[in-house]
Write a protein that binds this ligand. Structure first.
Ligand SMILES: O=C(O)CCC(=O)C(=O)O
Ligand SMILES: [Fe+2]
Length: 272
């Protein structure tokens, strides 16, 4: 079956048809998916009856995988992280973020599979931080290019909602890190705004009274509707996103309904 790629908005998102991740994926197909991810920043595949092993093995073609310091993982495939409302309070993903930016080397991207969904709600949104960067005035681009920001795991894992031993260890092992406010994509060379509400806590050398409003302005700008796509999940959908140049937001509008997602996370390199 031929692969087709249908963009969802001018800025971000595309649906890929004609790829079955439950079958062996040849190199040409993999590279077509990878190229679509680089172009559209998040891509969606319907009806993927993949096992945890197949999801892990496919994600590993993008690069080495990351094991999250806090979220639970599958017993049999530890690289599969479980986002299961029965295991964790997942309200903290209802905040715009780029995954694990609290690491020196945040993730390249992720492969996320919908396993169980609420009857209604639980959509996920992605925003293009390159489209947002491109829309800035040149003088602001130049100024932001001189700044670095602080990212801290503690901001998105409030002590009252996460098991204290794992959280305490994760905080010890992950002190705050510094990344450029504007990063350059290592493959496409595009520039992106790389601060997000989820993990950014300040700007290096700038008083919080100035840094706070400046960061708030950037968070609002990146997530303007023009730069976003909203996905309504069906069980078996897979999303693959480029975490270096996007932010995402998992809506929490489904009360006590059970929602289960499996994520494999690819390691990235140091932002520059
Ligand atoms: O549950 C979702 O839809 C996405 C959650 C999230 O932030 C992630 O998988 O990185
Ligand atoms: Fe996330």
């Amino acid at each position: 079956m031929a692969i087709s790629i249908e963009p969802l908005t001018p800025a971000i998102g595309a649906v890929i048809a004609g790829v079955d991740l439950a079958q062996p994926v040849d190199d040409d197909t993999f590279h077509a998916v990878e190229a679509a991810m680089l172009t559209h920043q998040v891509v969606f595949l319907r009806d993927q009856a993949v096992t945890e092993q197949q999801q892990r093995d496919f994600a590993a073609r993008f690069g080495p995988l990351h094991i999250h310091p806090i979220y639970p993982r599958s017993d049999s495939v530890p690289e599969i992280m479980l986002l299961d409302t029965a295991l964790n309070d997942l309200r903290d993903n209802a905040l715009w973020h780029s995954d694990v930016s609290f690491l020196e080397t945040p993730s390249l991207g992720a492969v996320l599979l919908a396993r169980k969904l609420p009857p209604l709600g639980g959509d996920t949104l992605w925003a293009s931080a390159t489209a947002a960067y491109d829309a800035l005035p040149d003088t602001l681009k130049a100024y932001l290019g001189t700044l670095s920001a602080i990212h801290d795991l503690a901001k998105s894992f409030p002590a009252e909602r996460f098991e204290s031993d794992a959280l305490a260890a994760a905080k010890r092992n992950n002190p705050p890190v510094v990344h450029p406010v504007i990063r350059t994509h290592p493959v496409t060379g595009k520039k992106a705004i790389f601060v997000s509400e989820g993990f950014t806590t300040g700007i290096v050398g700038m008083d919080p009274t100035l840094a706070g409003p400046l960061l708030a302005m950037l968070y609002t700008h990146v997530t303007r509707p023009e730069f976003t796509v909203r996905w309504k999940w069906r069980v078996g959908d897979v999303a693959i996103w480029d975490n270096r140049v996007t932010q995402h937001y998992a809506t929490y509008d489904y009360g006590n309904a059970h929602r289960v997602m499996n994520r494999a996370t690819m390691m990235g390199d140091k932002p520059f």
